[in-house]
Design a protein around this ligand. Structure first.
Ligand SMILES: C[S@@+](CC[C@H](N)C(=O)[O-])C[C@H]1O[C@@H](n2cnc3c(N)ncnc32)[C@H](O)[C@@H]1O
Length: 432
């Protein structure tokens, strides 16, 4: 007989072999670990899936993410702890290994060049790899939903496999291995070593332990140009398909651009702007906006930006944001996913370096970052928070954190503009 959440399967065989704690361990072994995680939530989640599902089918534009959320919550509720353990411990790392290998072998490009199903052996030959090996990798990628199976050892492309033919998307996989994931995996050891203090030193955090380096993340990238280029591509891709502050109905862009600008005045200075994807998007969405658009970053990054065929109105300028901002009196100094890379002390320096350039009553600082809500934080945001902790000793911030940080640099927040859960807000600031 199976008794859910009961202990009728108690075996008394405590895995730690100690005489105390038997009751708890026997209880877990008896039934909890092999019963659904939160079965009481299943009926309402099934209703939510159905409701959002119908809305999705009738083309409600917001329904897709609601449906995805409800479906995900339903999986978590239905899954047993044993199944969750296997998902976390086996599936995530092995899927990652197969994705990265498949990217490296060009398997997605081979599979996705047309809609015709392809045999594993044919793909292996085209990739110059062992047929048995490729067939094992493809079988796993199919089992976890990356590609579709059309017959024994025969597969078909999906939207995901097609997107992985673009380097902008596929670079995420080698990038994480080259400069991110080892830091995350070192978090438990680093936190134990430091007595479980919240990390606050970007040159002595899990990143340095995991990658066995004394360097800060961005200095490490300077020494690993391939990883740096992959990182920049990942930066340009990860926010695609989500509301952007440049879209109508998010931030008041017309109020920003309908301003008096003199000859040579800057409209937007994108600090740490990477390869210029945000300024390109701005130019595309607001083609008639007046004033200079200035892309600032480190020299190595700007070398890559120069290969990107940026719009001629985008001016490229080397600038280290730990030094004083050279573009004076711009309408807006913009930073996207920049301050979350740095500790509060470093962010204060970055902000203070903009202050002397700002013209009172005219200049703004626009910070495009996550604002962690008190409840119901989105998993992408919390993932990023742990990545920041691991690799930068920094953090995603709450509204209170943002107010404290901005005010510490002699500025004030005018308004936090937010579109939807899990999407970076626009924090609009001016001189205090
Ligand atoms: C997380 S990326 C964000 C890039 C871009 N704003 C975006 O949202 O895609 C941070 C950027 O800050 C740049 N950066 C790091 N240190 C810098 C410094 N001292 N001065 C200027 N830029 C820097 C990096 O090269 C990188 O392009």
């Amino acid at each position: 007989m199976t008794v859910r959440n009961g202990n009728s399967h108690a075996t008394g065989s405590a895995t730690n072999g100690s005489s105390n704690g038997h009751a708890k361990e026997a209880f877990v072994e008896g039934s909890v670990a092999i019963s659904p995680n939160t079965p009481e939530l299943v009926p309402s989640l099934v209703d939510q899936v159905a409701l959002s599902g119908y809305a999705f089918i009738s083309a409600d534009p917001t329904a897709r993410t609601d449906l995805l959320d409800a479906a995900r919550q339903l999986v978590y509720a239905l899954e047993t702890p044993r199944e969750a353990m296997i998902r976390f411990c086996w599936s995530q790392s092995t899927t990652y290994a197969c994705l990265e290998t498949a990217v490296d072998l060009g398997l997605f490009t081979i599979l996705s060049k047309d809609d015709k199903p392809k045999k594993a052996s044919e793909m292996a030959q085209a990739a110059g790899a062992d047929s048995k090996l490729v067939s094992r990798i493809l079988k796993h990628l199919c089992a976890v939903g990356v590609i579709l199976e059309t017959g024994p050892n025969e597969y078909r492309r999906t939207g995901l496999s097609i997107s992985l033919t673009s380097q902008r998307y596929s670079d995420a996989y080698p990038c994480m291995t080259a400069c991110i994931t080892k830091g995350i995996l070192a978090v438990p050891a680093q936190l134990k070593k430091t007595g479980y203090q919240n990390p606050a030193n970007g040159t002595d955090c899990a990143f340095q332990l995991g990658f066995d380096t004394p360097l800060h993340f961005f200095d490490f990238l300077k020494e690993h140009p391939e990883a740096a280029s992959q990182f920049n591509n990942h930066m340009s891709a990860y926010r695609q398909g989500r509301p952007s502050w440049m879209d109508r109905g998010f931030y008041d862009v017309p109020a920003l651009i309908n301003t008096k600008l003199g000859e040579g005045d800057a409209l937007l200075v994108d600090m740490g702007g990477s390869v210029g994807h945000d300024l390109s998007e701005f130019r595309r969405k607001w083609p008639d906006a007046p004033g200079r658009l200035v892309l600032q970053d480190l020299p190595e990054v700007l070398e890559q930006a120069k290969t990107m065929s940026l719009h001629p109105s985008i001016e490229i300028m080397e600038h280290d944001f730990f030094t004083e901002q050279p573009v004076k009196g711009a309408r807006a100094y913009y930073m996207h996913s920049v301050l979350h890379d740095w500790t509060d002390a470093d962010c204060k320096k970055i902000l203070e370096n903009i202050v002397p350039a700002m013209k009172r009553g005219h200049s703004r600082i626009l910070i495009n970052e996550n604002v962690i809500p008190d409840m119901n934080a989105y998993w992408e945001t919390t993932s990023l928070d742990i990545i920041m902790m691991a690799d930068f000793a920094s953090t995603e911030r709450t509204a209170g954190d943002w107010h404290a940080l901005v005010e510490s640099a002699g500025l004030k927040i005018i308004k936090i503009w937010t579109a939807q859960r899990g999407v970076e807000s626009l924090i609009e600031c001016e001189l205090a």
